[in-house]
Design a protein around this ligand. Sequence first.
Ligand code: WT7
Length: 654
Amino acid sequence: MSADITSLQKETRKFKPSAAFAKQAHIQSPAEYQKLYRESIHSPRSFWPRMAKELAWFKPWKRLHEWEEPFAKWFIGGQLNVSYNCLDRHLTGSRRNKAAIVWEGEPAGPGKPGEERVLTYTDLHREVCLFANVLKRNGIVKGDRIIIYMPLVPEAAIAMLACARIGATHSVVFGGFSAQALIDRIHDCGAKMVITADGGYRRGSVIPLKKNVDEALKQCAGVKRVIVLRRANNDIHIEEGRDVWWHRELEYVTADCPAEHLDSEHPLYILYTSGSTGKPKGVLHTTAGYLLGAYLTTKYVFDLKEEDTFWCTADIGWVTGHSYTVYGALANGATTVLYEGAPNWPEPDRFWRIIDKYKVTIFYTAPTAIRAFMRWGDDWVTKHDLSSLRLLGSVGEPINPEAWMWYYNVIGKKRCPIVDTWWQTETGSILITTLPGAMSTKPGSAGLPFFGVDPVVVNKEGKELPANVGGYLIIRKPWPSIMRTIYGDPERFKRQYFSEIPHVYFTGDGCRRDKDGYFWIVGRIDDVLNVAGHRIGTAEVESAIVSHPKVAEAAVVGRPDSLKGQALVAFVTPKQGTVVTPELKEELRSHIGVQIGSIAKPDDIRFTDALPKTRSGKIMRRLLKEIAAGGDVKGDTTTLEDLNVLAKLRADED
Ligand code: WT7
C-alpha cells in the first residue's frame, strides 16, 4: 500500500502583508526570515545562545542541548524561574504599572457590560507572591504536583505562576471536565493538592466545580488539601481539615516570596491531552526550553510590541492557554486579555464587544469558533468597531479557506494579516506558521517552519517526498520546547512519537509541502481515509463542503465499504435559516465534485443541528465513525461537550 496521501485541494490564493505592516514588523522580509532560519538550523550554537539571552537567568547554562533519543534536554546546567521571567523582571522599568492581565467576567446582560478587573505587573507580582506563600503554608514543596481546576479568572493564572515560582508542577484540568476526568488525572500525576473555585460561570449558569472536586476526591486519598476560591457564591461543602478558602489563607501570609532558582529541566507542568483512544497522556514540559519557545513565538509570530493588547481566547485548560494566554504573553511583558465565558453569551457578539471595549490589537482563536461566528451572521460583527485589530491568528485544526476568507474580510477588514499556527500540546509552542510581516499567506496553509524547527513530509519508510505529494509530517531534530516525556510512562512516549519512523519526532498529522515550501496539514493520520486506493484527508473534503453557501460546518468520516475499502459519510450542519430539501444532498455532492473531484463525493450525507465535539472544539470523528457504520457508540465519551448531540444524531438516522 502506498503511504502517500492524495491531496486534492486546489487553493491558489496568496495574500501579501501590506508594506505598512511589514515596515513595522520584527521580521520584515522573506530574506530576513531565511537568514535567521538557516542560522537556527545550521548554526544552533550561535543562534540559541543569542535568543536565550532575552530571558533572565540566575545561573548561565553550560551545554546547549543533549539528545539521548527520545529524551531531549536544553540549556543544561542553567537556573532560572518562569514566574520571575513573567513578573519580577518587568518591575524595574515602565512596565511595572502596565496592565498585565485585563479580565472580563462572563455575567453580563444583553447590551450591558460585564465585570472587569485589571492587574498591573506590580499587582500580579504581589498576588503571585502571596499565593505562593499560601502554597508553602499548606505544605507544598518543590517537585509536588498540584491540580488546578478553575474558571478563567485572574486567580487561575495566579495559581499557575505561584506554582512555577516555588517549583511545584501544575496540571491544569479544564473547568468543563467531569469528576471522572479529574480522578484519572489526579491518580496519574499523584497530585497532593487541588486548587479550585466554588463554581464558574458558563452561559449564565454556574458550573459546580467544588462539587465535582468533592466527588472526585472520594477516590483520591493522596490529595490532602483543597484551596477554594470564592467566585460564583454558590453553596458548597467545606471538608474540615482538608478544604480552605483562598481569601482566608491570604490573611496569614506576606508578599515576600523570592522565586526559587530552578534547573533548566525542572518540570513546569503536566498537561493531559484529550487523546481519542486509551487513557489520557500526561505531556510533560520543563522550564527553560519551554519558556524560550513560548516567549520567542509570541514575540515573532504575533509580532508583539510594547503597546499591543493581546487576546488569545483559549482557556488555560488547553496548551494554547498555557503558552500564549499566560506564559508567552507575560514573559514578553505584554497585556493579555482573559475572558471567562462563552462567545455567544449573552449574545453572539460578545467577542467583538470585548475587542472594541479593550481595543484588542492581536486576536488569536480557533477555526471552529470562526465557523460559528460565520453561522451567527455578519451583523453581530459589523455593529462593533474592530479598527484596533492589526493581526489575527488561527490554531487547532486546518482552517478551511472559506472560514479563512471570512476571518480576513469580515473581522480583519482586509487589513490584518492572518497567522495560521500549526503546533501540538506536545510541541509546547508554534512550529509551523507564517511570520506576519515577512511572508505571504495562503488560505489553508500554515506556512513555513519557525526558527530551529526542521519538519519534513515523508512516506512510511521515512523517505522525504517531493513537492505536493502528501505524506506524514515528522520533525527531524528536537527543538527547545518539545515535550520531555509522557509523565510516568517513558516507554509510551518512545512508542508514540519516536517509533513509527525511526529517529524522528512523529507528529501523527498528514501533510503536503508545496513548491514554495509551504506546509498544508490535511489532518490527523487517523482521519485519513482510503477510498478506492486514494488516501484522502477528511479536512479537505470538509473544507469543500463548507465552501457551499448553505453549509455552516461539516465532518467527514469513513465507513467500511466492500467495493471501495472505505466510503465517505458526511455529517453536515446547514447555515441558520437553510431549508433542508432532498435536492440539497445532490447539490452538495456536485459542489464537492467541482471543488475537488468525483472521488471525494460522499456516499452518504446526513444533516444535523450540531456535531459531537470535545470541549476544546475538536470534532469527535471517532463517534461519528461508529454512527456512520450503523453501530452503537462504545468508546469513551467523557470528553464530549454535549451528550444530547449523540442521541439526536442517532434519532436522525433513516
Ligand atoms: C493537533 C494538535 C496546538 C494547540 C491546539 C491544539 C491540529 C493544530 C493546526 C493548524 C492544521 C492544526 C493538528 C495537531 N492542528 N493547529 N494551524 N493547522 N492543524 O493542540 O489538541 O494538541 O492538537 O491539532 O492535527 O496535530 P492539540
